[in-house]
Design a protein. Structure first.
Length: 425
């Protein structure tokens, strides 16, 4: 086995002897005396054999460069793998080179729309409006402290604009102020963040609540329980939207129905709604709940699960919001009465337009024709969109027509009969 340092040095062993010089070279070969057998010849005694000592071969400069390049490639590969493993809990981004950088901070992964609808639409619209812009997105997983860290990290990185869906508007206020001090505009997306924001895009929250309240009254009237007893499953009170939804719903429901139980649901968790609904059933009785106001589809899912587990039959009408696919399927099957569809495309388009305008230092008034008053008392540009009530009667003319879902996505094998009845063919 060869020593590594000898690699490429040729075979080990005696090579050809150099030609003799001097007197021995000029003497005819036949005049050289022949040595007796077994005795060394003159040549043997004059030039005894000894193996040459091989020096280790040092890598050439280009070899060292190749090794360095190879190590850099390996390092880059591991970095890419690490980034790919980040997922929505931490974040990801596209390489925008030296172009403007836009940070997208999402609140949680429990509400399907953030990762499946809003994020891809925002990224697509930003790319179309600003080809050299890059988007880095992170998800706070419903944790206020994590979103605060993410905000500070984006500020430290020196991003050009932040699009924020706040987990807790009040808790994020210091971070929003810090971004403003660093000269980084903050666009509040869907939820009105506290602090010196630069713009806001969302839907009229009170109108969302009114749509839910009206739909619930209509369903209860159809069930001949127009003044029956309901359970209110509100959202997280730290979310300004939840406060608006509740206010809008109460403006319709107060004096028309009896509110047997009412719950505020921290972090909009379906599990909490399930537990609260079970408690309401125990307190009010299985047959004494005639309607459920659920502020969004996640809370509707938790409530319906508890109603079915406690053998509440027939199921009372349950409201919702966000037009999640599973909620639409529950509407088709008759387990959920309605949802509020807040068209994702125009909201994402408006949010992207605001972010790009802010990056370029342009006025937001051109893309945000409305106004809202922030918690600082300052009036900021806004884009306020119109929500849509969706029941089994208009799924095809709203969600399917807008391309949110296809009939094939909605109508799985066990829903075919219900889909035929609803005209979803």
């Amino acid at each position: 086995m060869l020593d590594e340092g000898a690699a490429g040095a040729g075979p080990v062993g005696p090579g050809p002897h150099p030609p003799a010089t001097g007197e021995a070279a000029s003497r005819p070969a036949e005049r050289q005396p022949r040595a007796p057998v077994g005795l060394p010849t003159r040549r043997d005694t004059a030039r005894p054999f000894a193996p040459r000592r091989l020096r280790p071969v040092r890598p050439r400069r280009h070899t060292r460069a190749c090794l360095r390049d190879a190590l850099m490639v390996v390092a880059a590969l591991f970095t890419a793998i690490a980034l790919a493993a980040c997922g929505p809990g931490t974040g990801s981004g596209s390489d925008g080179g030296n172009g403007p950088r836009i940070a997208l901070l999402l609140p949680d992964a429990t509400t399907a729309r953030w990762e499946t609808q809003d994020r891809p639409l925002l990224e697509k619209n930003i790319e179309e409006l600003c080809g050299d812009c890059s988007v880095e997105h992170v998800n706070a997983k419903g944790e206020v402290a994590l979103q605060q860290e993410q905000m500070h990290s984006m500020i430290a990185k020196g991003v050009d604009t932040i699009v924020l869906v706040a987990v807790d508007a009040r808790s994020l206020r210091p971070a929003v102020r810090k971004a403003d001090e660093a000269g980084i505009p903050v666009i509040a997306y869907d939820r009105l963040a506290e602090g010196p924001i630069s713009g806001y895009v969302s839907f009229d929250g009170e109108e969302v609540g009114r749509l839910q309240g009206r739909a619930l009254l209509e369903a209860m009237d159809d069930d001949n329980t127009p003044s029956g007893q309901i359970v209110m499953m509100n959202g997280d009170p730290s979310d300004p939207n939840a406060v608006s939804f509740k206010k809008g719903a109460l403006s319709v429901l107060t004096g028309r129905v009896k509110i047997g139980k009412e719950y505020d649901t921290l972090q909009w968790r379906a599990e909490a709604a399930n537990l609260n609904m079970s408690a309401a059933i125990s307190a009010l009785g299985v047959g004494n709940i005639h309607g459920v106001y659920a502020a969004n589809d996640g809370l509707a899912a938790g409530s319906i699960s508890a109603l079915r587990a406690n053998k509440v039959e027939p199921l009372p009408p349950v409201t919702g919001q966000d037009a999640e696919l599973r909620a639409v399927q529950r509407i088709v099957s008759g387990h959920q009465y309605m949802t509020v569809y807040k068209p994702f495309a125009p909201e994402a388009s408006g949010g992207a337009a605001m972010a790009v305008a802010a990056v370029r230092g342009e006025s937001l008034d051109r893309v945000a024709p409305d106004e809202v008053k922030s918690s600082t008392g300052k009036t900021v540009p806004a884009l306020m969109l119109t929500p849509v009530s969706v029941t089994v009667d208009n799924i095809k003319n709203t969600l399917v027509k807008d391309g949110v879902y296809t009939v094939r996505q909605i109508c799985t094998s066990h829903l075919m009969a219900a889909c035929d009845k609803a005209g979803l063919t």
